[in-house]
Design a protein around this ligand. Structure first.
Ligand SMILES: Nc1ncnc2c1ncn2[C@@H]1O[C@H](COP(=O)(O)OP(=O)(O)OP(=O)(O)O)[C@@H](O)[C@H]1O
Ligand SMILES: [Mg+2]
Length: 423
């Protein structure tokens, strides 16, 4: 049944953010309430202290509820971490025929069946016993001997094969995240967990960028979440367990100061390109637990930051380089997440990948209400969750046909259109 209220919940290593919105239909949403607080008890996507984290989740949701004046319902939450796996599975079904030598007509139900068959083939792979499939994205279809069919509906054939890109999460981290939301006093349907990469891409990537190919990089506090899109399909997801918090920790060590002062200095004076700062500028640095304060140059601060940023981006490049060629990602890199606000991080990133970089704020064009504070790359996940949830409602409202609501996938887009034509 179509639900009018949607709650997006972004549980990050640095912040927990939530938005309660009213689904106005036709893809539009009205923001009713926003809640945000610093996170605690989760590191690099893994729950480390469930009591502490559930208290933060409760706080962010209560704040959103207070301004929305309605309870949080229909919660959709992101998930990321090194426990995410991907696997390409094949599904195969026979199409019923009226006479033995006449190919039968392929329907939407057959497509759903073949995708499920592919997902089942992934589930039974050795090593995936304790995993759950979060998303199954059909990449292409084969009808008998004809390869690379984009949309098999209404075509005829004897056999239908689907190649499905499955994204899996280990069960334990998923269960603990779900339990954390329950401990905070809320329910979440296990189907409503969305890979963080897919949520951010929904908010920052245009159709042209998806078609021409792009890398999406969300640099948050705990992880760098990297996605590779090519020819309108999500081709690869990568998680690098290093991000803004590591920069802050390096600064705290390098400047001999507290984590909170290091964070303040990073946000206020940080620059990822030391050569671009004025070497004469000095910054006051607090001492630890009553020790004497000191003065350090902004150049030194930026030098420490640049070192870690380069290390982090080299790790990202190393993990990504075998999965794309520059021609396949013509649009370059779309950068988001809180660390995208670090001055000159885009220039260092462009150097590391030798690609054009765009710092992206989420697309707010589908939203009504208090949206100005959402114009920040850090809000990409929570906005993407809202859009995906609203798309899912539309989809389930139309025919109960679920491909995990991935609008990012060209094939699914086509099916949605076909569904709309049907209903
Ligand atoms: N102006 C800024 N300069 C440098 N860093 C910044 C700035 N603004 C925010 N950050 C950093 O962004 C990080 C938080 O980003 P974000 O809110 O996307 O994280 P998160 O979603 O909680 O974490 P994750 O997605 O990794 O779990 C923090 O490390 C913070 O220091
Ligand atoms: Mg995040």
């Amino acid at each position: 049944m179509r639900s009018a209220i949607i709650t997006a919940l972004d549980i990050g290593s640095s912040y927990v953010r939530s938005i309660i919105a009213k689904d106005l239909g036709s893809g539009r949403l009205e923001i009713m309430g926003i809640g945000e607080c610093e996170s605690e008890g989760i590191e690099r996507g893994i729950v480390k202290d469930i009591q502490a984290l559930s208290a933060r989740v409760a706080k962010a949701l209560a704040e959103a509820e207070n301004s929305a004046k309605t309870p949080a319902q229909n919660i959709h939450c992101n998930i990321t971490g090194e426990h995410i796996r991907t696997y390409v599975g094949d599904g195969r079904i026979s199409i019923p025929t009226e006479t033995p030598h006449e190919p039968g007509e392929i329907t939407l139900e057959h497509v759903e069946q073949v995708i499920n068959d592919a997902k089942n083939s992934v589930k039974i792979q050795k090593g995936f016993e304790r995993f759950r499939i979060l998303h199954g994205l059909p990449h292409n279809f084969v009808i008998d001997n004809q390869n690379d069919i984009h949309n098999p509906v209404n075509m005829n054939g004897f056999h239908l094969i689907a190649k499905v890109y499955a994204i899996l999460s280990e069960l334990t981290p998923l269960r603990n995240l779900s339990k954390c939301i329950e401990l905070a006093g809320y329910d979440i349907d296990p189907e409503n967990f969305v890979l963080n990469h897919i949520a951010v891409s929904e908010a920052v990537l245009s159709e042209d960028e998806k078609r021409l190919g792009a890398l999406v990089l969300d640099i948050g506090g705990g992880t760098c979440d990297l996605s590779i899109y090519s020819r309108s399909s999500l081709e690869k997801v990568i998680v690098v367990p290093m991000a803004g918090k590591n920069i802050t920790e390096d600064l705290a060590i390098g400047l001999k100061t507290t984590l909170s002062n290091a964070e303040y200095i990073k946000v206020e004076y940080g620059n990822a390109l030391a050569s671009s700062v004025d070497q004469s500028v000095e910054i006051d640095v607090e001492g630890i637990s009553g020790r004497a304060p000191s003065r350090r140059t902004q150049y030194l601060v930026s030098h420490v930051i640049q070192h870690r940023v380069e290390e982090m981006l080299a790790l990202c490049y190393d993990k990504a380089k075998d999965f794309y060629t520059p021609e396949l990602v013509t649009a370059g890199i779309v950068l988001c997440g809180g660390t995208a606000n670090l001055v000159n991080v885009d220039r260092v990133l462009s150097e590391a990948f030798n690609l054009h970089v765009k710092v992206a704020t989420p697309d707010l064009s589908r939203l009504n209400g208090m949206i100005s504070r959402l114009e920040d790359p850090a809000y990409a996940t929570v906005i993407g969750l809202l859009y995906l949830a609203s798309g899912k409602e539309l989809e389930s409202g139309s025919k109960g046909f679920s491909l995990n609501t991935l609008k990012s996938n060209k094939i699914v887009d086509k099916f949605k259109k076909i569904l709309k034509d049907f209903t």
